[in-house]
Design a protein around this ligand. Structure first.
Ligand SMILES: Nc1nc2c(c(=O)[nH]1)N(C=O)[C@@H](CNc1ccc(C(=O)N[C@@H](CCC(=O)O)C(=O)O)cc1)CN2
Ligand SMILES: Nc1ncnc2c1ncn2[C@@H]1O[C@H](COP(=O)(O)OP(=O)(O)OP(=O)(O)O)[C@@H](O)[C@H]1O
Length: 199
């Protein structure tokens, strides 16, 4: 069902409020939150050579560096790259390698097109989000990037596993208004705990 104006504006209102709250987290609290999130994310088992995607935190998003630095050495860490076809690609990236701002001002690795991985080539994607609910439904920035890139997960189970990352306060009371195209997350990790999608 297509959303009516009411549903659309509910999503818009939640986005505005949650983005403000995210940006308002003081620096000291961010450090502790990133450590707490890393501990939750590291509980997800990864095979040697696994490809995992994170994100470059922007707009007050909870940071992933504490997790990235503690990943097993054999794991390939990637960052999302916005592609003109509307689906994300993922670029292997290590701290110190070149990045360039994308159209949203978010840094992306500078890599040859052949080095880019398709969304389906990953084992675990840590997904940025603005809000989430107890069903592991996600509200993002509104670009539809993760929904388009992982639409194939409507038809097939994990892998790739989709795990949202957020501050605990980004959980909304009740259920997020959802759309047909929303891809559910398999779990959401926060600075305090992990929520697994109800089956
Ligand atoms: N850190 C991070 N990287 C990410 C995402 C994300 O949510 N967080 N994305 C998740 O999809 C993709 C990029 N999608 C985005 C969609 C909208 C906006 C955004 O800031 N929109 C602004 C207006 C931006 C502009 O056009 O200048 C806004 O809504 O205020 C940013 C990223 C891929 N990389
Ligand atoms: N599978 C899909 N196929 C085509 N268009 C899609 C698909 N998924 C999402 N979209 C488009 O993306 C737009 C934004 O979707 P939505 O508001 O759910 O984004 P979001 O999940 O909050 O954003 P993001 O993933 O970038 O953080 C929708 O208006 C829709 O037109």
């Amino acid at each position: 069902m297509r959303s009516g104006a009411g549903v659309t504006s509910a999503r818009g209102t939640i986005r505005r409020i949650m983005r403000e709250r995210r940006r308002a987290v003081p620096p000291a609290a961010r450090i502790g939150a990133a450590d707490g999130l890393a501990a939750e994310l590291l509980a997800h088992p990864l095979a040697p050579g696994a490809r995992v995607a994170g994100y470059w935190a922007a707009d007050g998003e909870i940071a992933l560096h504490a997790w990235q630095l503690r990943l097993p050495r054999e794991v390939v860490y990637c960052l999302p790259v916005v592609h003109e076809d509307g689906r994300l690609r993922f670029a292997p990236w290590r701290a110190g390698e070149a990045v360039e701002a994308n159209r949203y001002g978010i840094p992306e690795p500078v890599v040859a097109p052949e080095a880019l991985l398709d969304p389906s080539a990953l084992d675990l994607i840590v997904v940025p989000l603005v809000g989430f609910d107890a069903r592991c439904h996600r509200l993002g920035m509104g670009g539809g990037w993760y929904d388009r890139s992982f639409a194939f997960r409507h038809l097939q189970p994990a892998p790739p596993r989709l795990v949202g990352a957020a501050f605990a306060f980004q959980q909304v009371a009740g259920e997020l208004p959802s759309e047909d195209w929303d891809v559910q997350l398999d779990a959401v990790c926060t600075d305090q705990s992990t929520l697994t999608r109800p089956t």
